[in-house]
Structure formats: structure tokens, C-alpha cells
Ligand binder design. Structure first.
Ligand code: NAD
Length: 487
């Protein structure tokens, strides 16, 4: 079988290379976390398909890179409109494939997928410029030139959103793209290829190689014809990719894991603090930015814990397609075993399980209960390593300085959430927080113009707005002499 039908859409599950569908000799199953059913089979790519996709993208680069931003933009804006027209199908496909909430996909994620394409197309056409400046009478002119073939490798927790957040600026820069989607949620990438084709993207400009990381991903990262590698995923995989890229000195953008803090200072509005803390369970904890370490100042700790427990007890867990569901399933049985092992080790390391800590078997085997761990020994694994499931920890601190030490006390630095009643105090606190993004009295407010990325082991580089173009394009400075012109 080379197709899967969801929401009335026939999704072709072969690779998309050079403007045609290409099958591999072998396939793998994609399983729905909603009910554990096998949705169908996907082509399982390897070096052959990876090399073919890069070659197709190289060839297409010759014409795509010569088009003007406006010519490329016309096609990309058509693609964005087409995504908007197919939000419902995309939402249903993604929910069945990765288990995230259908209502979030419909109202937030898929409209943002369209915006990822539209925003960067518009940016390239209308905003990508730098004022010329003079050096001893000479004029410096800065331009952003297409760099070549961008390889984009994505994880399963928000597959199409994370892919298009890179496909948008890469294509708008004039690069061509090879996407390697996640093996646990590969379907929206296949459907997206159809939408891109129908919007008029020329053959080879956008390619999809399906398969496993070591088989289909690795040969993409070691290919010398690749000009950029953008990887979103875990730290161990990033290290493997960094080694592969080193041989060709291919520039990489890494957006990796986190162990972010949610810091509640003792002048915080506690209702707001509880709301923000509960939000950290969103997407069943499978959010890189989640502030899974609740750090609460002693003066408000008892009141906060009481209210937080009450609210956590009211969370509705269930089928992600139901409107009232707040937390759906976790992606895969292997991942759930990993989450369970983290919780079990935390308890054997001396921490206390405040609630949750196991699969909600009434719902099947994919639904890990929202979990809270308290009194974990300082420095223990559950306080320092990313779980990527619905598992929060809580620690109490006395002084702001102590809170800051705890907040900065891991090898990650992706994000932080700070709740405080005083702007001045929040500013003081944030000044020394090490994180790519900090939200004060809010969470997950994102602007596509803003820099996004992680400090320390949470990543290398920043994307968003101009920062995306600085990565995907070759930034060039041309210096014009003041005189000697004949025409
Ligand atoms: P992962 O590292 O296991 O896999 C990510 C992708 O890399 C997959 O497509 C996989 O097939 C591919 N891959 C694996 N080995 C490879 C190799 N040797 N060469 C090339 N590609 C390879 O991560 P995951 O479990 O899919 O995703 C979860 C991780 O992603 C978490 O750590 C999470 O924090 C992180 N994440 C980060 C962000 C961010 O923006 N910072 C966003 C979402 C997720």
C-alpha cells in the first residue's frame, strides 16, 4: 500500500523527490497514539533516496535561486493560501498521527503553518534589506544570497509546524529543501508535498525523504552538496549530526531540548501562576519549551501547591479529538516506557510522587497521567534531564538569588517563565536568567519576527525574522568604490 486515507484525503506515503513519488523496497508502519492502531505503511528511505533528493534539490537550485523574491513569493503565498484552505484535513491527519489536540491543530497550529510560509515570503519581498553605509567614501551594500540545499530534520511533537518554520525562510531565501520528517509522525509532510506541488513549486525545489534517522537522516547530513542543516530534536542526535556536518563544515542550526523553569516569586498573582503552571502539561508535556520545573518562593509555596493540586485534579485527559480534552496521549509505547522509567528512578532516588506517575489504563496504553514530583534531591536526574512527558517537579526556594541559581542549574537554557507582581523585580530576575526565550506573566506568546533558539545545550543559533535569513542565506557585503564609473 502506498497511500493512507484520512479525512477524505489520500496521502501518498512514498518519498517526494524531484517532483515525483518514489517508493523504497521496504516500508515501516505509522501507529496512531490515539488508539494504538496502525494507520498504514510509509516508504523507508536510505542513502539511495537521500542522495537522489539532494541531487534533485541541487539541480532545482539553479533556477529557483535565480528567481526574484517576488517570483518565489508569488508561489509561496499561493501555498500559504492553500494550507489555509486545508486546515481541517491537516489538523485531522496530524492529530491521528501524533496525538496532539485536534482543537489546537485547527485553531492554532495549522493556521500558524500557513503563517510560517506567508510571513517569510513577505519578509523576503518587503523587509530583507540593510541600509547602505559608507567607508572612506566607498559604499557597502549587504545582500542575502541563496546558499544551496537546506536539509531540514524534524521531531514528532509538532511535525508540520516545526518543518514549515524552516521551509518558509529556506525557500524564501532561494534555497531548495530536503525534509526528513519524524518516523513517529510522518504523514503531514507527505500531504504537504502535494499542496506544495499544486501551488506551483517547481520540481525538486521541495523534497521529502521518509524513514528512520540513522538510515534516511544520516546520509543527508553527511552529503557534501548540502549547504545548511537545520535540526530540531534531542541533544544526543544533535551530537551525531554535528560530527557528520563537521567533515564538510556544513553550517548547522540546532534547536534542542530543554528543562525550563517556571519561577513563581512571592509577589505573584497566584491565580495567574497556577494557570501558567498547569499550561506546562500541554501536549502531554511533549513541548520543548515546557517549564517543567516549578520553582516556588517559600512565602507563597503552601497556597500555590494547594491551588495547583486542585486544578491538576480537574484536568480532562482523553481522546485528542474531543473538544473538552485538555491532555491527550503520548506519542509511542517506547516513549511512554522512557517516561515511566524516569518517574520510577526519581522515586527510587528519594523523590515523592505527589500524584500521577503511571499510565491511565482506563484510556488505553498511550495516556500517561499528569504527574507531579516533589522533594527530589538536588542534582538528581528528574531535576536535570528532559523527560518530554507530562511530568512536572516542584522545588521551594527562599531568596531571589537562590531561585535564580535553581533556574539556571541545568545544562539547558531554552526558555523560562517568571511570575511576579513587580516589573522591576522581574527585570532584575530575568537579567541573569540564561534562556533563549523568557515569558514574564505569560507563556507561549510567539512572534515570527523574534529570535528563537536555545542557550547552553538547548541549541546553537537563533531563527525567526532576520535571524532565519542570516542562517539560510549567504550574507554578502559588496563594496563599491566612489568613482571611476563609466555608465
Ligand atoms: P530525536 O533527536 O530522536 O529525532 C529528531 C529527528 O532526528 C527525527 O526525524 C529522527 O529521525 C532524526 N534523526 C535521528 N537520528 C539521526 C541521525 N543520526 N542523523 C540524522 N537524523 C537523525 O528527537 P525526538 O525524540 O524526535 O524529539 C524530541 C526532542 O526534540 C526533545 O529533546 C525536544 O525537546 C526536542 N525539540 C526541540 C524543539 C526546539 O525548538 N528547541 C522543538 C521541538 C522538539
Amino acid at each position: 500500500m502506498t497511500s493512507i486515507t484520512i479525512a477524505g484525503v489520500d496521502i501518498d506515503t512514498r518519498h517526494w523527490i524531484g517532483g515525483t513519488r518514489v517508493a523504497s523496497d521496504s516500508t515501516f508502519d505509522t501507529v496512531s497514539p490515539v488508539d494504538g492502531s496502525v494507520l498504514g505503511q510509509i516508504s523507508r528511505g536510505g542513502k539511495l533516496e537521500a542522495d537522489a533528493a539532494v541531487a534533485a534539490a541541487r539541480e532545482a537550485f539553479l533556477t529557483w535561486s535565480r528567481m526574484s523574491p517576488a517570483e518565489r513569493g508569488e508561489i509561496l503565498l499561493r501555498l500559504a493560501d492553500s494550507i489555509d484552505e486545508h486546515v481541517e484535513e491537516l489538523a485531522q491527519i496530524e492529530t491521528l498521527d501524533n496525538g496532539s489536540l485536534l482543537r489546537s491543530h485547527r485553531r492554532g497550529v495549522m493556521p500558524r503553518v500557513a503563517m510560517n510560509i506567508r510571513f517569510f515570503a513577505d519578509y523576503a519581498m518587503n523587509r530583507l534589506s540593510h541600509p547602505e553605509f559608507e567607508t572612506r567614501g566607498h559604499t557597502n551594500h549587504v545582500s542575502w544570497d541563496p546558499s544551496g540545499v537546506a536539509v531540514i530534520i524534524t521531531p514528532w511533537n509538532a511535525p508540520l509546524m516545526l518543518a514549515t518554520w524552516r521551509i518558509g525562510p529556506a525557500l524564501a531565501s532561494g534555497d531548495t529543501v530536503v525534509l526528513k520528517p519524524p518516523e513517529w509522525a510522518p504523514l503531514t509532510a507527505s500531504y504537504f508535498a502535494d499542496l506544495a506541488h499544486r501551488a506551483g513549486l517547481p520540481a525538486g525545489v521541495f523534497n521529502v525523504v521518509q524513514g528512520f534517522g540513522a538510515e534516511a537522516g544520516a546520509p543527508l547530513t553527511s552529503n557534501p552538496d548540502v549547504s545548511r542543516i537545520c535540526f530540531t530534536g534531542s541533544v544526543p542526535t544533535a551530537k551525531v549530526i554535528a560530527h557528520a556536518a563537521a567533515d564538510n563544515l556544513t553550517p548547522c542550526s540546532f534547536e534542542l531540548g530543554g528543562k525550563s523553569p517556571t519561577v513563581i516569586l512571592d509577589d505573584a498573582d497566584l491565580d495567574l501562576a497556577v494557570d501558567l503552571a498547569i499550561e506546562q502539561y500541554d501536549n502531554a508535556g511533549q513541548v520543548c519549551l515546557a517549564g517543567t520545573r516549578l520553582l516556588v518562593q517559600r512565602g507563597v509555596a503552601d497556597a500555590f501547591i494547594e491551588r495547583f493540586r486542585e486544578r491538576a485534579g480537574q484536568i480532562t485527559q482523553g481522546d485528542p479529538r474531543n473538544e473538552e480534552t485538555q491532555i491527550g496521549p503520548n506519542i509511542h509505547l517506547t516513549h511512554i516506557e522512557r517516561v515511566q522509567a524516569f518517574v520510577d528512578r526519581a522515586v527510587s532516588d528519594g523523590a515523592t510522587l505527589a500524584y500521577g506517575g503511571e499510565v491511565n489504563t482506563e484510556l488505553g496504553s498511550h495516556y500517561f497521567r499528569p504527574t507531579l514530583i516533589v522533594d527530589a534531591p538536588q542534582g538528581s536526574e528528574i531535576l536535570t534531564q528532559e523527560v518530554f512527558g507530562p511530568v512536572l517537579t516542584m522545588q521551594v526556594f527562599d531568596t531571589d538569588e537562590e531561585g535564580l541559581d535553581l533556574a539556571n542549574g541545568t545544562e539547558f537554557g531554552l526558555a523560562a517563565c517568571v511570575v511576579s507582581g513587580s516589573r522591576m523585580r522581574a527585570e532584575d530576575f530575568c537579567r541573569f536568567l540564561v534562556a533563549g526565550t523568557i515569558w514574564v506573566n505569560c507563556f507561549f506568546v510567539r512572534d515570527l519576527s523574534a529570535p528563537f533558539g536555545g542557550s547552553k545545550k538547548s541549541g546553537i543559533g537563533r531563527e525567526g525574522g532576520l535571524w532565519s535569513f542570516d542562517f539560510y542565506a549567504d550574507v554578502k557585503n559588496t563594496v563599491y568604490a566612489p568613482n571611476g564609473w563609466k555608465g
